[in-house]
Write a protein that binds this ligand. Structure first.
Ligand code: TRP
Length: 329
């Protein structure tokens, strides 16, 4: 079985874009891989979350991933800061990470540009911590979106560099986990671009049916087709893209035909979409409510995950320390 490691950002509620992007694939992945999924709360400190919010952010993310189908019996599900060995490996790897290459990382440059007043060292060494997350479990595969490809490349480089420096074949160079066709990009409801937290155009797994209804009914469309079989505009195509993942094929076909005949009523289309999204989200929504009230269960999950993750992490750190040359008196 291949070992897969993936970090999960510790802030924000999950929207349909997250669900059809990563989460649904994580749920499948855990069936036939040895998965380690963790909530990256050390990483989140680069943006200085309020101490009052840190735990509730992590808790909410844990609740929502569980509600969406991550199974702590199948995957190792843990909180990054419960595994302090990651911090030690981060320190050890940082000795072979060069400041120049870290400064050239695209994500770092972008963060400097966006927040020139918060250029902390944690941001600079973000890829080193991420490499520690991955290498500590000797992962074969890491599911990465476009924005994380460079980070994985750096992880491979640090693995290679460590092996070369100490003349060992210790770390595996992890490769991207390929979702293939499964990765569906969900557009937002504002007519253009993908669904995103900062864009404020999302439908969340924790939205009530009323909220979903309201958001969908307000979705941007156009003034309607004027000639038979005219091309579909971006905002309307976006609604059809959402339909593709939540609606019955017969409903999609019906509205496509209505569009082609210029008799489509966007109000009806939106009603259908809202209904289908609500139906889709409902079981996850209900599970979120249940889990939110079940602190005992969450505690059990986090504890079990931390134990499993630490077992593997302690082994790695022990071996790495030996390779480096640390010895007990
Ligand atoms: N950087 C990743 C993100 O922003 C999160 C992450 C942290 C991660 N450590 C990781 C992903 C290790 C994969 C493997 O989404």
């Amino acid at each position: 079985m291949e070992r897969v490691v993936s970090g999960i950002r510790s802030t924000g509620n999950l929207h349909l874009g997250n669900y059809f992007g990563a989460i649904r694939n994580f749920v499948k992945m855990q069936e036939d891989n040895d998965c380690f999924f963790f909530i990256a709360d050390y990483h989140s400190l680069t943006t200085h979350p309020n101490p009052k919010d840190l735990h509730s952010n992590v808790r909410q993310v844990l609740v929502e991933y569980l509600a969406a189908g991550l199974d702590p019996e199948k995957a190792t599900l843990f909180v990054q800061s419960d595994v302090p060995e990651i911090a030690e490996l981060n320190l050890l790897l940082s000795m072979n990470a060069y400041v120049g290459e870290l400064e050239r990382t695209a994500s770092f440059k972008e963060k400097v540009r966006k927040n020139p007043n918060n250029v902390n060292a944690g941001l600079l060494t973000y890829p080193v911590l991420m490499a520690a997350d991955i290498l500590i479990h000797n992962a074969h595969k890491v599911p990465v979106g476009k924005d994380q490809e460079q980070h994985l490349e750096m992880c491979r480089k640090y693995a290679r560099r460590f092996n070369g420096m100490y003349k060992v074949e210790y770390f595996i160079e992890p490769t991207p986990y390929n979702f293939g066709e499964e990765l569906v990009k969900i557009p937002g409801l504002d007519g253009t671009g993908k669904m995103g937290k900062s864009e404020g155009n999302g439908i969340y797994l924790s939205d009530t049916p009323k909220q979903i209804q309201k958001k969908v009914m307000r979705a941007v469309t156009d003034s309607g087709p004027t000639e038979p079989n005219s091309p579909i505009s971006e905002p309307v195509q976006n609604l059809f893209t959402i339909m593709d993942v939540v609606s019955e094929p017969s409903a999609i076909e019906f509205f496509k035909e209505e569009y082609a005949k210029c008799s489509i009523r966007y109000g009806d289309l939106k009603k259908q979409i809202a209904e289908d999204i609500i139906k889709f989200v409902e079981p996850i929504y209900n599970r979120i409510q249940e889990l939110s009230d079940d602190s005992a269960y969450l505690q059990k999950v986090a504890k079990m995950g931390a134990e499993k993750a630490r077992e593997s992490a302690q082994k790695t750190v022990k071996e790495v320390r030996e390779i480096i040359g640390f010895k007990k008196f």
